[in-house]
Design a protein around this ligand. Structure first.
Ligand code: KIV
Length: 259
């Protein structure tokens, strides 16, 4: 990635074994808090469709949504590399991908991410050739959740494992600076991580990656109505908000007017 901090992290990573910690951010305060906490990269994920906008999955997220939230994150985090997701339908061709990516870069992203392997290597190559750092996303692809019928583990059979490795190598050859591996079986994840010169960033794929990414709302318990099986929340932000609101409402109702 061209961002100086990211370049330092990515080039050193494979050699030193330093893991890359990535969290999602969708707005100013969270971006600022995560930067203050020292997170390596921020991802403006299209998971914002679920955890911010209230859709059942990521397939309703638009480029306008992504631009709006990327700009907010860029105002909150001024020193941390920001990667923004290209939403569904915005990278069906290399030309479309380039146009969408330029919109997100103009909004403050340093890099973009898109879903798909071998079939999308031409889009990654077009973006990288145009100077836009690009992260791949393989394994379970949330933008295809409806066709796939749910969030299922990938890479269990030898054939699937070989296919995901081929996807990973194609994206690396196209110039991707890192790859998200989502819901990939841990042995397949290890195989991919060992085979690549670029970092793998796992989500629900076990420990055999060069880094990990989580949806911040899952990590902090801020979206308590749904929690992926592989996440153990380390805070209960949703319950803390409910409790603060209950206490405020009680205080207001008990208040006497001073007249
Ligand atoms: O949209 C997102 O938050 C993502 C992560 C789950 C990797 O793509």
């Amino acid at each position: 990635m061209s961002h100086p901090l990211a370049a330092a992290v990515t080039s050193a990573e494979k050699a030193t074994g330093r893991r890359i910690a990535v969290l999602t951010a969708y707005d100013y305060p969270m971006a600022r808090l995560l930067e203050e906490a020292g997170v390596d990269w921020l991802l403006v994920g299209d998971s914002l469709g679920m955890v911010v906008l209230g859709y059942p999955d990521t397939t309703s997220v638009t480029l306008a949504d992504m631009r709006h939230h990327t700009a907010a994150v860029a105002r909150g985090a001024t020193r941390t590399p920001i990667i923004a997701d290209l939403p569904i339908g915005t990278y069906d061709t290399p030309k479309a991908a380039l146009e969408a990516a330029r919109t997100l870069i103009a909004a403050g992203a340093h890099a973009v991410k898109l879903e798909g392997g071998l079939s999308h290597a031409d889009r990654v190559a077009a973006l990288v050739d145009a100077g836009i750092p690009t992260m791949g996303h393989i394994g379970m692809l949330p933008q295809r959740v409806r066709e796939e019928g749910g969030y299922k583990i990938k890479g269990r059979s030898n054939e699937e494992s070989d296919a995901i490795l081929a996807d990973a190598l194609a994206l690396q050859n196209a110039g991707a600076f890192a790859l998200v591996l989502e819901l990939v079986q841990p042995q397949t994840t290890a195989r991919i991580t060992e085979s690549l010169g670029i970092p793998t960033i796992g989500i629900g794929s076990g420990p055999n990656c060069d880094g990990q990414v989580l949806v911040t709302q899952d990590l902090t318990g801020a979206f308590p109505w749904f929690r992926p099986k592989f996440v153990t929340p380390v805070a209960a932000v949703g319950e803390a908000v409910r409790e603060a609101a209950r206490s405020f409402a009680l205080d207001v109702r008990c208040q006497r007017q001073s007249r």
